[in-house]
Design a protein. Structure first.
Length: 202
């Protein structure tokens, strides 16, 4: 899988975009074997899983994202990958705009669309699978975990990273993030084998 381009998480609305510079609309994408097909997540589907985490920001990370998607798909889940929601062509189109001001305004609108699309994908999916690797939990993933908990979604965390990343020795990651995961009825697992076993019972 080609690594998706990096895009910011700012969701402020834009103003004054010329129609020819406005980003195109896009929607959730579900992994479907070797291809990706458009799918609506508006209606909740208990056998769909939303992948939260930072893996899609890098080429090597994208390989890990694909591996986790394949693991979940093998267990019968539809996999919603937020990095696939914004088409790469749109990112490239913005990069070709003639001025920094035009790029900034286009990004502001696209950022808001990305944030809303991800929110709707979480609303419609039955489970959130959050990758917690890193020196700290990715800020976007932490936000999605909090939102998913507030919406009554079960959350499973995966942290295969052995580095210490908690507030104290009583937790694995940030205590509030960990609370949301456990209080949702989920847990944090430390290996792909444990992740497979956990997803098999959800």
């Amino acid at each position: 899988m080609v690594a998706p381009p990096v895009f910011p998480s700012d969701t402020r609305a834009s103003r004054g975009l010329h129609a020819s510079e406005a980003p195109r609309q896009f929607g959730p994408v579900v992994y479907d074997g070797e291809s990706k097909r458009g799918a609506s997540c508006m209606a909740s589907n208990s056998r769909s899983v939303y992948l939260a985490g930072p893996l899609g920001f890098s080429e090597l990370g994208s390989l890990g994202q694909s591996a986790i998607a394949a693991l979940a798909r093998d267990l019968g889940y539809e996999v919603i990958d937020p990095f696939a929601l914004a088409p790469p062509g749109e990112i490239e189109r913005i990069a070709r705009l003639s001025s920094l001001d035009a790029q900034r305004e286009a990004w502001r609108l696209l950022n808001r669309q990305i944030g809303e699309t991800n929110m709707r994908a979480i609303d419609g999916c039955g489970l959130v699978l959050a990758v917690l690797d890193g020196v700290d939990v990715d800020s976007g993933a932490a936000a999605e975990i909090g939102y998913a908990f507030a919406r009554g979604k079960r959350i499973v965390g995966y942290r295969g990273d052995f580095r210490l990343a908690a507030d104290n020795v009583g937790s694995t990651v940030n205590l509030q993030v960990e609370y949301f995961i456990h209080a949702s009825g989920g847990e944090i697992v430390a290996s792909l084998d444990a992740l497979r076993a956990r997803l098999a019972i959800d």
